[in-house]
Design a binder for this molecule. Structure first.
Ligand code: SF4
Length: 183
């Protein structure tokens, strides 16, 4: 009898970053994608990134769950940190909001693990993502799959795959405070 693969709820920050992560995990895990990115601004940008995530989900035949898009609540969470530089305290809160939402969703679905595509980006602090992901498991019955997806040429592979799929690739991190700045 075939053994059940452990289930993972994979937070996807955007379609391009998800490609190489899916490729790496899907042989070992039963994946569900989770688009929880209330940081995105403006709404048109949210829709473009969601569309790219849908494209990837269809390409790999993996279910995609879309969280509520409450940008107002996200703005409240980062209040006072608007003008922090990228990679600073605002980004820590932004990771925390999205990873806690993913942990909650994974637990409510009875899944084994959750993780995020965020660590594949060379513009993000993988160590902070790891710490915040681990913290999000506190008092929860779900584990954080703590992997730095940038390792073993992960980012380079995601660029190649997203070009092949013709995916939209953004040129800023996502929130209004990162617009016109590469993060
Ligand atoms: S720059 Fe990126 S990670 Fe930082 S708060 Fe904005 S959207 Fe979030």
């Amino acid at each position: 009898m075939e053994r059940r693969k452990p289930s993972v709820l994979l937070h996807v920050c955007c379609g391009p970053c998800s490609t190489a992560v899916i490729e790496r995990l899907r042989g070992k895990f039963d994946l569900t994608l989770f688009f929880a990115n209330a940081n995105l601004h403006p709404r048109e940008e949210y829709e473009r990134r969601l569309e790219a995530a849908r494209h990837v989900a269809a390409r790999y035949e993996i279910p995609l769950v879309v969280a509520d898009d409450d940008h107002g609540a996200w703005l409240e969470a980062v209040q006072g940190l608007e003008w922090e530089k990228e990679g600073g305290a605002r980004c820590d809160i932004c990771f925390q909001v999205r990873l806690e939402e993913t942990a909650r969703e994974a637990e409510s679905r009875g899944m084994d693990w959750f993780t995020t595509t965020l660590s594949i980006s060379p513009h993000k602090n993988a160590k902070r993502i790891s710490e915040i992901g681990r913290r999000a498991t506190m008092n929860r019955k779900v584990r954080f799959l703590d992997e730095n997806f940038r390792k073993r040429e992960g980012f380079r592979r995601s660029v190649k795959l997203s070009r092949e799929m013709g995916l939209y690739r953004q040129d800023y991190c996502g929130c209004e405070f990162s617009m016109n700045r590469l993060s």
